[in-house]
Design a binder for this molecule. Sequence first.
Ligand SMILES: *[C@@H]1O[C@H](CO)[C@@H](O)[C@H](O)[C@H]1NC(C)=O
Ligand SMILES: *[C@@H]1O[C@H](CO)[C@@H](O)[C@H](O)[C@H]1NC(C)=O
Ligand SMILES: *[C@@H]1O[C@H](CO)[C@@H](O)[C@H](O)[C@H]1NC(C)=O
Ligand SMILES: *[C@@H]1O[C@H](CO)[C@@H](O)[C@H](O)[C@H]1NC(C)=O
Ligand SMILES: *[C@@H]1O[C@H](CO)[C@@H](O)[C@H](O)[C@H]1NC(C)=O
Ligand SMILES: *[C@@H]1O[C@H](CO)[C@@H](O)[C@H](O)[C@H]1NC(C)=O
Ligand SMILES: *[C@@H]1O[C@H](CO)[C@@H](O)[C@H](O)[C@H]1NC(C)=O
Ligand SMILES: *[C@@H]1O[C@H](CO)[C@@H](O)[C@H](O)[C@H]1NC(C)=O
Ligand SMILES: *[C@@H]1O[C@H](CO)[C@@H](O)[C@H](O)[C@H]1NC(C)=O
Ligand SMILES: *[C@@H]1O[C@H](CO)[C@@H](O)[C@H](O)[C@H]1NC(C)=O
Ligand SMILES: *[C@@H]1O[C@H](CO)[C@@H](O)[C@H](O)[C@H]1NC(C)=O
Ligand SMILES: CC(=O)N[C@H]1CO[C@H](CO)[C@@H](O)[C@@H]1O
Length: 736
Amino acid sequence: MNTHTLILVFPIFTAYCLLLALGTLTQQCNLKEKPKLNCRDRCGDIPIPYPFGLTENCSLNEYFLVTCNETTHSHRPKAYLMNKSIQISNISLDGQIRVLQYIAHDCYAPNGTSVSDNIPWIDLPNHYTINNTANKFTIVGCDTYGYVYGTRGNRNYSTGCTATCNTKDDLLEGSCNGLGCCQTTIPKEITSVKVVSYSFDNYTDVNDFNNCGYAFVVEEGAFSFSPANLTSLRHVKKLPMVVDWGIEKKNCSEAQKHMSSYACKSRNSECFDPSNGSGYRCFCKKGYEGNPYLPHGCQDIDECKDPSLNNCKRHCENNEGSYRCSCPKLYHGDGKKDSLGCYPDKSLELKLVAACWAYFELRRRKLIKMKQTFFLQNGGLLLQEKLMKHDRSSLEMVKIFTSSELKKATNNFHENMIIAKGGYGIVYKGVLQNNKIVAIKKSREVDPSQIEQFINELIILTQVRHRNIVCLLGCCLETQVPLLVYEFIGNGTLYENIHNKDKSRFLSWEKRLKIAAETAGVLSYLHSAASTPIIHRDIKSANILLDAVFTAKVSDFGASRLVPTDQAQLSTMVQGTLGYLDPEYMQTSQLTEKSDVYSFGVVLVELLTGRKALSYDKPEEEINLANFFLYTLRKDRLFEIIEQNMVCDETREQIIEVSKLAKKCLNVRGDNRPTMKKVAMELDVVRLGGRNPWTKDEDDQEEIESWFGEGLDSISFSDDYNDSVTVQDDGMRSYY
Ligand SMILES: *[C@@H]1O[C@H](CO)[C@@H](O)[C@H](O)[C@H]1NC(C)=O
Ligand SMILES: *[C@@H]1O[C@H](CO)[C@@H](O)[C@H](O)[C@H]1NC(C)=O
Ligand SMILES: *[C@@H]1O[C@H](CO)[C@@H](O)[C@H](O)[C@H]1NC(C)=O
Ligand SMILES: *[C@@H]1O[C@H](CO)[C@@H](O)[C@H](O)[C@H]1NC(C)=O
Ligand SMILES: *[C@@H]1O[C@H](CO)[C@@H](O)[C@H](O)[C@H]1NC(C)=O
Ligand SMILES: *[C@@H]1O[C@H](CO)[C@@H](O)[C@H](O)[C@H]1NC(C)=O
Ligand SMILES: *[C@@H]1O[C@H](CO)[C@@H](O)[C@H](O)[C@H]1NC(C)=O
Ligand SMILES: *[C@@H]1O[C@H](CO)[C@@H](O)[C@H](O)[C@H]1NC(C)=O
Ligand SMILES: *[C@@H]1O[C@H](CO)[C@@H](O)[C@H](O)[C@H]1NC(C)=O
Ligand SMILES: *[C@@H]1O[C@H](CO)[C@@H](O)[C@H](O)[C@H]1NC(C)=O
Ligand SMILES: *[C@@H]1O[C@H](CO)[C@@H](O)[C@H](O)[C@H]1NC(C)=O
Ligand SMILES: CC(=O)N[C@H]1CO[C@H](CO)[C@@H](O)[C@@H]1O
């Protein structure tokens, strides 16, 4: 694109980007429906949604009038339906209320005379019926039977059950089928109930542990029988019962004939035909939520905000009443999770969007002088340059956070929020506004080389997504030092989990094997599957994070390098961590993916032995774990250094296999080390319990000579490993 075209297209970009910005603005200005003007919408802590109301002008009609009694000082305010004595504990717009109803009790003195009893009843107003599936008639007692009487229209119904027991030992917690407790369903669509409890023998036989019987209609799930209830119910006055409500005793088609009185006021509401007894109800249409009884009550649901409401893979566009899956600008496909998804689409558009973005960066820098300095200092240009070079819409995946957002999340980078400190910087725990917990990495100093590492990590992590790689959520470049925002991995580093005695107890051999296999898998992926091979360069237990189920998550790509596909080797400044560092790379500075294999070998040994890669408190020959491990292998003393609590008959074979594999990874010559792909495959084979088909013939021959204290030159190697590998390896070669 030459400068000419740029000048032409920029105004168009401006308009385009402004439109995008406006789009998000209108979405944010979501008008929330308020209750009717000047109407209170609660009674104490009970919400009172329209059509219910606390005054006549606030409720749809007298049937939805709620009386709030706030005069009792010692108790919370109580809500009553109309001006009757029906107490309400909850109102649901789905057409139900919860009513607190008295329970019947019937109590006797030890000599068999009645002490107290009551027969409560409830008579519901029009448009209310007792729900027959959500409630159960219940009897509690050991010498007890009882009835529930109900009326529907002018018909009477009654049903009942019997609860007895001889000793308290007969009773079962949570069981209500005749022993001390019985339950039965109630007739449907009744509008009034009366409950009565009777006794067979005035509790004379069971008086030592039970002298009362109880009867009540209760919401199923609100009462679970416990033997203690034989006495404790004496002090309970009311229990909840579910009551259905509707608007008028009409069906929908009838109600719609009189629009002025039709209660489904919201444009996006639907009428629901009545069940007998209660009237019709209103619901918000699919894709909307809110109060269908208010003119603007049903509001569009933003399905894109909640991943469980949409099935989009990446890009979700909300619209009135529904949503649409699409692909970001540089992708094609339908964006749905289960079908095509999105595929990268390298086209001219990519360059246009990149240019648009660059243009806005330029503008922003003109406007905000402070942030500009930081942005530049923090590698903003470098980022732009790399993003453009890598021809990917990496921007899609990375959110640009504002500095204030992250300041808030970390309580202004408070000390208490620090979860890790290292040479690279400080990692804080942060809580974003949506309560999502994140880890925020902050460079220690304004050191250009460190900042470059940050940008490097940013670039790399935008190129790869993998379940075993810590997920980068975004970055912030407008602070003095750049900040990277990651998903929060809760269970610490592998290093802590191995070397902290309290934690290592939980790290069984099985889990260690899983972690090893997952780490190998992801390294194999980075080396081969990713579009441009990536060498991590700093594999160590401290860079492998674990989540609550011990899933490995490789992190810290600050030192990583993208290897151009036409170059298998890359000459770089030697970087890494002592103890894990590939000795060959240390000598030659030739970076290949085999350096990661060596470092991974050290991690394997760490998992096997529970020892640190370098332990200066040990005798000299044991300081370097890799060397010491190879030494013990040679002396056939492997099990002397294996973490003891892991060794048993079932694991012994696997431990030997993994040790052999570690030995191969630690080969001083990179060429003789297996590829990460092969390591991953072998670990999988070990995990699945099978014998590895390509290792069985080479055990006896010692392929690695000791090299401590000696120069590399004086060592000879056998190449038998390579012979057995080439066939398996063909698939890999094609990537390079
Ligand atoms: C109800 O509204 C009418 C007219 O708006 C008003 O005259 C009346 O006082 C109101 N009643 C109550 C109880 O607020
Ligand atoms: C509120 O409740 C108290 C105690 O239950 C009762 O004495 C009082 O009369 C009630 N007030 C109203 C307005 O119903
Ligand atoms: C409420 O009580 C008043 C008088 O106390 C009565 O006139 C009115 O009819 C009652 N309303 C209902 C719906 O029962
Ligand atoms: C009231 O009902 C709503 C909707 O059914 C429910 O979410 C809420 O937890 C209930 N509140 C109480 C106090 O039972
Ligand atoms: C039974 O006991 C109650 C109180 O325990 C007493 O008031 C009543 O008189 C007694 N009745 C008889 C018949 O003993
Ligand atoms: C049970 O009590 C009732 C009322 O107190 C009394 O009439 C009846 O005789 C008593 N029956 C027995 C078996 O004690
Ligand atoms: C009774 O309650 C259940 C559960 O809440 C509900 O699914 C059902 O529709 C209700 N019955 C009526 C007639 O409203
Ligand atoms: C229903 O019971 C009530 C009293 O509980 C009684 O007055 C009425 O006559 C009964 N109706 C029928 C149809 O039996
Ligand atoms: C029944 O007993 C259990 C256990 O003591 C208690 O938690 C529960 O609240 C009781 N139920 C009622 C309704 O009193
Ligand atoms: C609604 O009710 C009217 C009268 O009760 C009846 O004629 C009509 O068929 C009903 N419509 C439906 C859809 O049930
Ligand atoms: C309403 O009642 C009538 C007559 O009792 C019955 O035929 C009909 O099925 C009932 N409708 C519903 C929705 O229960
Ligand atoms: C720090 C932390 O979250 N530790 C947890 C690691 O995982 C084990 C097992 O799931 C938990 O018991 C620890 O609390």
